[in-house]
Design a protein around this ligand. Structure first.
Ligand SMILES: Cc1cc2nc3c(=O)[nH]c(=O)nc-3n(C[C@H](O)[C@H](O)[C@H](O)COP(=O)(O)OP(=O)(O)OC[C@H]3O[C@@H](n4cnc5c(N)ncnc54)[C@H](O)[C@@H]3O)c2cc1C
Length: 479
């Protein structure tokens, strides 16, 4: 056995990819193959095999780390839809942002609505800053020092708590920095989608990423064309649809997922698959056994599968044998975190202010409710003025507090991961609320599978459900 690194300090990403690809036909060890490959040979190899014959998985061995700064959070939604990439992003929970930390969309350059956009963004940032001190004061009273907590730890916790509240006012135009680690295959796919995006900022970002990455991966990223056809066809189709009435905001279940699809036999299928892994049975026998087992026996089986996980353990893959489709309405700040769960299939609708908005109760307790409502309404009116010209650009001005609707398809393992991570005490209250509502919904249909994830106690549940006020009406236009 030999195990070693093909160092990225010695070899370029494309040479490493060729060295790995060549093991398919070469008897030589990897380091010998790598030493013998010149940049020209590597380029010729990739042109012939990866680009020419479509052996695209080879490109996964060419990895780059891309630093991206000063991009809007709206543009990052397009970038972060790359499922097989890794991201770490500047947080709005742990940093206070400057008054002009927002992107001016290229489409607005020299446009008559540019000043109105600028004023609305500044208005939101001014309210965001104005809220900080009074909200911090109120939360200090709610969050006394815990036993054993130092004053620095307490101050940090208090700061996160008031930033969590104030960030509801930040628009999608808010600037972010993100570090991205990605392989050439996934990057090419992501760039193709981004180059066809309706926002000029996203297309420009794709071009800048392409140029930066090509310094390191010149051949594998040579042919990256926009993928226009599907998006255009869908947009044309949607434009011809008749308008339908919007459900009144007050009747929308917010943070509560509507389960549109689940498998009534899903729990049995997961448990049968777990048995199948260890017993020498065929699948039909395992399924029949589980289906006829008492509920006690099913819980025992579920306990063996899920009852012994430590915080670092990931549940076995057998949980992937059942799937759900759910629809949820949640605030944009929460959606922005939800979208990072790459393994799920997520279809968000456009960001607009028409479904209404939420307000953290601490804003009212700090005596800042009127300021908050006024800033939210001002942003919504600016959105409508912009949307009459370009609804994609209008989304930049929508603050985090407005509601967004998203369709999710996921398996039980993905649900498990999300609920564990996002119900933790350090997660944002909106996400915790969603995570617990998701847990409650899944427990109803597959009780044994979700019995080992705890629901909050009454006091914690009351605290969470009181965190937000609303929904307050949005502009209500559209369908
Ligand atoms: C309290 C808290 C604070 C956070 N702060 C920040 C922050 O400041 N900045 C920020 O950018 N994010 C932050 N996050 C988001 C976090 O880093 C994750 O991106 C997000 O929670 C999604 O989780 P995930 O990547 O585990 O989930 P998913 O993308 O759903 O992945 C599910 C699981 O699949 C596996 N997996 C998926 N992709 C890979 C991969 N490429 N390599 C290896 N394993 C993989 C992992 O086991 C992962 O847990 C924070 C999250 C929490 C809970």
């Amino acid at each position: 056995m030999r195990v070693y690194l093909l160092s990225s300090q010695t070899y370029t990403p494309e040479v490493i990819a060729v060295a790995f690809a060549k093991t398919s036909r070469s008897p030589e060890p990897f380091d010998v193959i790598a030493r013998e490959i010149s940049a020209e040979q590597s380029a010729a190899f990739h042109e012939k095999w990866v680009i020419g014959y479509g052996h695209a998985s080879v490109a996964e061995h060419a990895v780059v780390h891309i630093a991206i700064e000063g991009v809007s959070r709206l543009a990052l939604e397009a970038l972060e839809s790359a499922r097989l990439a890794s991201f770490t992003e500047k947080s709005t929970r742990y940093q206070i942002l400057d008054a002009d930390a927002f992107v001016r969309p290229p489409e607005l350059q020299g446009h008559p609505l540019a000043d109105r956009y600028e004023a609305a963004a500044r208005h939101l940032f001014a309210a965001y800053h104005a809220l900080q001190e009074p909200v911090q004061r109120v939360l200090r009273l709610h969050e006394p020092t815990r036993t054993g907590e130092t004053s620095t730890q307490w101050a940090r916790r208090n700061r996160t708590a008031y930033m969590d509240v104030c960030r509801f006012l930040l628009p999608a135009a808010t600037q972010a920095n993100v570090g991205m680690t990605v392989n050439a295959r996934e990057l090419a796919h992501t760039l193709r989608k981004m180059l066809a995006h309706p926002l000029a900022e996203v297309r420009a970002l794709a071009e800048r990423i392409h140029a930066a990455a090509r310094a390191s991966i010149p051949t594998l990223l040579r042919y990256v064309e926009p993928d226009h056809a599907t998006q255009q066809a869908l947009a044309q189709l949607a434009a011809a649809l008749p308008p339908i009435g919007q459900r009144p905001v007050a009747t929308l279940p917010i943070y509560v997922p509507i389960l549109h699809r689940w498998d009534p036999e899903g729990e049995s299928r997961v448990l049968a698959a777990a048995l199948y892994r260890v017993a020498a049975w065929d699948y039909a026998s395992a399924l029949a056994y589980v289906q006829s087992a008492s509920s006690e026996a099913r819980f025992d089986l579920a306990r063996a599968l899920l009852g012994h996980l430590t915080r670092h353990d990931i549940p076995l893959r057998e949980l992937e044998h059942t799937w759900y489709t759910a629809e949820v309405v949640l605030d944009q700040g929460a959606f922005y975190e939800l979208k990072r769960h790459r393994m799920m299939t997520q279809t968000p609708q456009a960001l607009h202010p028409r479904l209404g908005y939420m307000m953290p109760r601490a804003v009212a307790e700090a005596g800042m409710a009127e300021r908050y409502h006024e800033a939210m309404r001002h942003a919504a009116a600016t959105y409508e003025a912009l949307a009459a010209w370009n609804s994609h650009v209008a989304s930049y001005i929508v603050p985090n507090g407005y509601l967004r609707r998203v369709l999710l398809t996921f398996n039980a393992r993905q649900a498990y991961h999300l609920i564990r991570l996002r119900s933790a005490p350090n997660a944002h209250a909106s996400m915790r609320l969603f995570a617990y509502h998701l847990l409650a919904a899944l427990r109803k249909v597959h009780p044994a599978l979700y019995a080992f994830l705890p629901m909050p106690d009454e006091a914690e549940w009351a605290r969470l459900t009181k965190y937000l006020m609303g929904p307050y009406p949005g502009t209500g236009k559209g369908s």
